[in-house]
Design a protein around this ligand. Structure first.
Ligand code: AHM
Ligand code: MG
Length: 341
């Protein structure tokens, strides 16, 4: 959008308030929560952009609950998001990739529970590759009970009331859904505002791109091996061979998939028998976004958002993207389900 179009610019704040006004009984609390996340992500974006010129790059020396080294920016992002959510007193607890247990916030009566991956793809920070933040929001079921329990957070993805991501790439993009389609905003750094860039984005039904870490090929199931070979075969009618694209930052890979179509896969393997990616703060929120844009997300057999969670940090395989691509890989997985690798 050029400066000539300024009169038509709609900021994230305006957009959230207008949407809230469409629901006469709305309390405005979810709107506030989304604005809190918007504000925190602007601060994170600023730090990510100057990471190379400040002392913030590098490890802080500790490891998170998955045994991975924690980078300073991960902690910074975690703190910014949690303190933004704490200030508005509508969230009772946060579950974050960077914290082992639940994080109880000041408002014990707050009606929302928020899952966060504060800085996903953080191994890419040092090499200037895109990274992102992911969030997923649930209503607390026992909301007048003052005791905040981990059990309240174990809800299937179909119960999310909002979810979204922020991608810190060549520009900073925020995409979110409350179940009425996916809206996308681009941060204009000159005015410090997220500007609406797409009101109801749709993912193509089919896309000629596959995205997977092929280094683990030898430990995949036969059905997946056959599907990837299918992607590489020549067939002009179905746009094959597909292109391979893998950034290694899930938010960036999913954002490309949303725009261009195709499929992103993180399967189970010998190294990750249950998959690597986390159901509650990576797979569910990104599945909600992709489904709301008209796509599909499964664990190879079942819809991701219908999986019953047993633990806040549990992992799952994921096959996510354009409907036709996801259906195709599931056909391969079913056909070869009894064949050993
Ligand atoms: P992280 O949460 O520790 O950053 O790990 C998650 C990331 C995803 O963004 C990405 O899709 C995946 O790990 C890449 O894993 P791999 O390097 O095994 O391909
Ligand atoms: Mg992550």
């Amino acid at each position: 959008m050029t400066s000539k179009d300024n009169s038509r610019m709609e900021t994230l704040e305006e957009y959230i308030i207008q949407n809230q006004n469409r629901f006469p009984g709305a309390t405005g609390e979810l709107s506030q929560l989304l604005r809190d996340i918007g504000l925190a992500s602007k601060i994170i974006s600023r730090e990510v952009n100057k990471a190379g010129i400040t002392n913030i790059l590098g490890f802080d020396g500790s490891t998170n609950i998955h045994g991975e080294s924690v980078k300073k920016l991960d902690l910074f992002a975690d703190q910014q998001l949690i303190s933004a959510l704490n200030r508005s007193l509508i969230t009772c607890m946060v579950i974050s990739e960077e914290n082992d247990g639940i994080v109880k916030l000041s408002s014990k009566g707050g009606k929302y529970i928020v899952y966060l991956d504060p800085l996903d793809g953080s191994s890419n920070i040092d090499v200037n590759v895109s990274i992102g933040s992911i969030f997923s929001v649930y209503m607390r079921e026992a909301r007048y009970d003052a005791t905040v329990r981990e059990q309240d957070a174990l809800q299937p993805g179909v119960r999310q009331v909002a979810a979204g991501y922020v991608l810190y790439g060549s520009s900073t993009i925020l995409a979110y859904t409350t179940g009425l389609g996916v809206s996308v905003f681009t941060l204009d750094p000159s005015i410090g505002e997220f500007i609406l860039s797409d009101r109801k984005i749709k993912i193509p039904d089919h896309g000629p791109i596959y995205s997977i870490n092929e280094g683990s090929y030898n430990s995949w199931d036969m059905g997946l091996k056959k599907y990837i070979k299918y992607c590489q075969e020549e067939d002009p009618d179905t746009n094959r061979p597909y292109s391979a694209r893998y950034i290694g930052s899930m938010v960036a890979d999913i954002h490309r998939t949303l725009i261009k179509g195709g499929i992103f896969i993180y399967p189970h393997s010998k190294k990750y028998p249950s998959g690597k990616l986390r159901l509650m703060y990576e797979c569910n929120p990104l599945s909600f976004i992709i489904e709301q844009a008209g796509g599909m997300a499964t664990d190879g057999h079942k819809r991701i958002m219908e999986l019953e969670p047993e633990a806040i940090h549990q992992q799952t395989p994921i096959y996510i993207g354009s409907k036709k691509n996801v259906q195709k890989v599931m056909d391969f997985l079913n056909e070869y389900s009894t064949v050993n690798v």
